[in-house]
Ligand binder design. Structure first.
Ligand code: KDG
Ligand code: MG
Length: 402
């Protein structure tokens, strides 16, 4: 089965998505997600200019060979642009293989290892009362696990607060929005946030929290220890993620479970974290970590060391990526949890999905392949809308991790 055509469509149904469409001489079409928030056109060019010409004429069934060819064959390795591009090709080929076999991709990955995939939703508030209302909304929808974020008193703009939009979207504007950060304000506030939510809702729901790379190792250690009585499911990205050794210090001081990985793009980014058991959950995403083929490799390494999966699933991953993640989640032995933010209504005009949510669990569905279709004509109604992720500055004006 030969690849006859591949093209990249950049559209903005509610937000920007980069979608790869791959066609074969058997008449099958596969879809991959190549979205890299705020840097969309870099991946679109990598694919259109450098990868698509290599795909034409290749055997669509040879997924591993194509992965190796694009990864090793480029000589230049890793990096979010390269690995997001490879991911889009990989997922499109798994989609085609599933369609050729008449089976959902999770069946090709060994079949269901569980009945459903526990997901966590995002609750946030401009203050703790606002957060309460959002937690209540999620509980009413059946969520068993909820990420809790609140604006921090004294700081104007804080990561993770949805505002009026039903789906949190940090990217905006023709220039990056500038947020303000002061670590001491956060260190005092985080335990109060957890105390408040546990007092109000008890211990029957899993609570998660994202620190978004802002703390030093010893600051993260202090918050992790302070949060122990409130039993977080995890604290996410406590420190800038490039420094794997930082987690050793955090680990020495707290039993609060640690999660990291949404900005990783290769197994090498997590090698030390996994093999030294410095984390509890690896959050690599299917779209930024080389697709299903490489994500499974990361999770298999993690399985050996008792580390569980917790895949990134923000709204900037298109429905194609969310579906691909669900197929992996359903089939691996060391699944932990899946992030689920959902997508804006406009995305439903372009993507038709086979996955479902019920009572806190998701299932990828049983359509052949990945189970998401993409309407290229509808996508034309939503032209690309360039946006940037915010930049973070400390109160003294210096740039801080966002
Ligand atoms: O594009 C950046 C977002 O994906 C990220 O800020 C979301 O941290 C995030 C999360 O955990 O969903
Ligand atoms: Mg995060």
């Amino acid at each position: 089965m030969k690849i006859t055509d591949a093209r990249v469509i950049v559209s903005a149904p509610g937000r920007n998505y980069v979608t790869l469409v791959v066609e074969t001489d058997d008449g099958l079409v596969g879809y991959g997600d190549a979205t890299l928030n705020g840097r969309e056109l870099a991946v679109a060019s990598y694919l259109s200019d450098h990868v698509v010409p290599l795909l034409i004429g290749r055997d669509a069934h040879r997924i591993e060979d194509t992965w190796q060819y694009l990864y090793r064959g480029a000589y230049w390795r890793r990096g979010p642009v390269t690995m997001t591009a490879i991911a889009a090709v990989d997922v499109a080929l798994w989609d085609i293989k599933g369609k050729a076999a008449g089976l959902p991709v999770y069946q090709l990955l060994g079949g269901a290892a569980r009945d459903g995939v526990m997901v966590y939703g995002h609750a946030s508030g401009g203050d703790l009362d606002g957060l309460d209302a959002d937690v209540e909304r999620h509980l009413a929808q059946g969520y068993k696990a909820i990420r809790v974020q609140s604006a921090i008193p004294g700081l104007d703009a804080t990561y993770g607060i949805a505002g009026a939009s039903p789906v949190y979207e940090p990217a905006s504007g023709a220039r990056p929005q500038e947020d303000r950060w002061e670590t001491s304000a956060y260190l005092d506030f985080a335990p109060r946030l957890f105390e408040h939510v546990r007092d109000r809702f008890g211990y029957g729901v899993h609570l998660l929290h994202d620190m978004h790379h802002r703390l030093s190792p010893i600051e993260a250690a202090r918050v992790g220890a302070a949060l122990e009585p409130y039993r977080p499911f995890w604290i996410e990205d406590p420190t800038p993620a490039e420094d794997q050794s930082a987690f050793r210090l955090i680990r020495q001081h707290t039993t609060t479970p640690l999660a990291v990985g949404e900005v990783f793009n290769s197994i090498w980014d997590a090698q030390q974290l996994i093999t030294e058991r410095l984390i509890d959950y690896i959050r690599t995403s299917v779209s930024h970590t080389g697709g299903i083929t490489h994500l499974r490799r990361v999770f298999s390494l993690a399985e050996l060391y008792g580390v569980r999966s917790g895949s990134h699933g923000a709204g900037d991953l298109s429905p194609v990526s969310l579906a691909a993640a669900l197929h992996v989640d359903l089939s691996i032995p060391n699944f932990g949890i899946q992030e689920y933010m959902g997508h804006l209504a406009a995305a439903e005009e372009v993507f038709t999905v086979g996955y479902s949510f019920r009572d806190g669990y998701m299932h990828p569905g049983d359509l052949p392949g990945i189970g998401v279709s993409f309407d290229e004509e509808a996508a034309k109604r939503f032209p690309y809308d360039p946006k940037y992720l915010p930049v973070n500055r400390r109160l003294d004006g210096s740039v801080h991790d966002w």
